[in-house]
Design a protein around this ligand. Structure first.
Ligand code: S3P
Length: 448
């Protein structure tokens, strides 16, 4: 019998310190992760824009989708929790958004901000203002403002209309074919949502395929959409009418990734994460971990409401370094901090390139991942567009900080499970952005 790992949470003011003293206890059990964040946002937005009722099963009740719900409530949608599992959205119909009396606050959520801008800019005669927290107010919005302006949108903000707070005067837009310089589902979805309200065909081409949840869900709600997979182009025909649907949100593979890495690095572990979305535009993390020699099996593969789903079983194994770059990057962009944790324990040097987008996420995830893991004894060198990680290290507990980035907070907690001594993670409350029950599940897989 091993001594249990101790997990404690110290709450002062609004801030949490997560204190982990690992004994190297193996992780066991069957767990579930909360609903997919990307699909949750989209189900609330399309539900609000549709005619009739949308029922969402398994919605992520994290802070980011709550921001989306608040914004759409302020514009006339009714969103109510029916029970622990189901949320109902009474849509108002495309074009019928009410002008909100106050500023729309998107909190920490880039997806809410960017997708919603496409919707607001294409609602003629209405005026909107949008802002968010300190992170959102520093994140680049020109990537969506510029193509929207090409469609005729009127948007104002600081730094040549690229930083929130933003003011939007809704307009009847004109269709364009936009060639995006970045593979970003937020940019793609923003343009498709603007295209919903725009007469004619709006096309977006991206340099590599990003997550396609918008395409799947827009179709399911009745929009006319065509995809050219040779050129990574999507065309939407406006004006559309959307009809309320039942959406079943699978578990978030980005949240499952923390347990996949935990199970892979902690000796003796055998964990199953049930009901995880395995949409091929999101499974880059499984491919990277397979390259590293992780033992992960997809069990019980099935299709649920238009999205592929599986149970993921991970067992501890010896990891080796790999290279992560190119078209794989958009398919695992949110998992790079936790993959850096895996790489720290892998034999050899892992190189991550083509991931400059990480610098404009909730935090600069290249700098913050490197500095915080290095405080624990990792050897990570920053590259302009990635990291070089010398693996085969043993980590030691340290005082580290999430920098209010949810994925950094959780990555550090998983690193702490395989470190000696005590790790204190400051501002660990950030995890609630995408995973409110993270600490509870951490306790579940390391029972006393
Ligand atoms: C998201 C797209 C990704 C991802 C974000 C969620 C989405 O951003 O990082 O967490 O739901 O569309 P980009 O598309 O900007 O890379």
């Amino acid at each position: 019998m091993t001594t249990p790992t101790s997990i404690a949470l110290k709450i002062t003011d609004q801030q949490h310190e997560l204190i982990i003293k690992s004994t190297g206890q193996a992780l066991h059990g069957r767990i579930r992760v909360p609903g997919d964040k990307s699909i949750s946002h989209r189900s609330l937005m399309l539900g609000a824009l549709a005619e009739g009722e949308t029922i969402i099963h398994g919605l992520l009740l994290g802070e980011d989708p709550r921001s989306t719900a608040e914004c759409f409530r302020a514009m006339g949608a009714t969103i109510s929790k029916l029970n622990a599992e189901e949320v109902r959205v009474n849509g108002i119909g495309l074009g019928n958004l009410q002008e909100p009396e106050d500023v729309l606050n998107t909190g920490n959520s880039g997806t809410t901000t960017r997708l919603m801008l496409g919707i607001l800019a294409s609602h003629p005669g209405k005026f909107f203002t949008v802002t968010g927290d300190r992170s959102i107010r520093s994140r680049p919005m020109s990537r969506v403002v510029k193509p929207l302006q090409q469609m005729g949108a009127q948007i104002w903000g600081r730094n040549e209309n690229s930083l929130a707070p933003l003011a939007i005067q809704g307009q009847a837009l004109k269709p364009i074919h936009y060639h995006s310089p970045i593979a970003s589902a937020q940019v793609k979805s923003c343009i498709l949502l603007a295209g919903l309200m725009t007469q004619g065909q709006t096309t977006i081409t991206e340099p590599a395929l990003s997550r396609d949840h918008s395409e799947r869900m827009l179709r399911a709600f009745g929009a006319e959409l065509s995809v050219d997979s040779e050129t990574n182009s999507v065309t939407i025909t406006g004006q559309a009418r959307l009809k309320g649907q039942t959406v079943i949100v699978p578990g978030d593979i980005s949240s499952a990734a923390f347990w996949l890495v935990a199970g892979a690095i902690v000796p003796g572990s055998d964990l199953t994460i049930e009901n995880v979305g395995v949409n091929p535009t999101r499974t880059g993390v499984l491919e990277a971990l397979a390259q590293m020699g992780a033992d992960i099996a997809l069990e019980n593969q099935r299709e649920v409401a238009g999205e592929p789903v599986a149970d993921l079983r991970v067992r501890h194994s010896k990891l080796k370094a790999c290279t992560i770059a190119g078209d794989l990057i958009p398919r695992l962009i949110d998992e790079i901090p936790i993959l850096a944790v895996a790489a720290t324990f892998a034999e050899g040097t892992t190189v991550i390139r083509d991931a400059e987008e990480l610098r404009v996420k909730e935090s600069d995830r290249i700098t913050i991942t490197a500095t915080q893991l290095n405080l624990m004894g990792a050897s990570i060198t920053e590259l302009p567009d990635g990291m070089e990680i010398v693996g085969g290290k043993s980590l030691r507990g340290a005082e580290v900080d999430s920098h209010t980035d949810h994925r950094i907070a959780m990555s550090l907690a998983i690193a702490a499970l395989n470190a000696t001594g005590v790790t204190t993670i400051h501002r660990a409350e950030a995890a609630a952005i995408s995973y409110p029950d993270f600490t509870a599940t951490l306790q579940q897989v390391t029972p006393e």
